[in-house]
Write a protein that binds this ligand. Structure first.
Ligand SMILES: [Ca+2]
Length: 89
């Protein structure tokens, strides 16, 4: 039986693959795929400007697409934000 953390990590990998395989079908997230991923799986009300800001922060090698390690940077930022919010009111 898998632990909660194992399931969460597996989920992150699966979500990444599901969206990276759209258009173009590769192992990278384009801006469009990244935007769709966040809108579908995170908060539907996320502003496009905020999404593009996250993308720019995560695209460490500035090639205009996110590889898995860059995507994990984004997830990390979102997780830290969620943790901080869990300690507020
Ligand atoms: Ca990149």
């Amino acid at each position: 039986m898998k632990t909660d953390l194992e399931l969460a990590l597996e989920c992150a990998v699966n979500v990444y693959h599901r969206y990276a395989a759209r258009s173009p079908m590769d192992d990278y997230l384009s801006r469009e795929e990244f935007s769709k991923l966040l809108q579908d799986t995170a908060k539907p009300f996320l502003m496009e400007a905020y999404i593009q800001q996250l993308f720019a922060k995560a695209d460490a090698n500035h090639d205009g697409r996110l590889k898995f390690t860059e995507f994990m940077t984004t997830l990390c930022l979102v997780a830290i934000d969620a943790h901080n919010r869990s300690h507020q009111g």
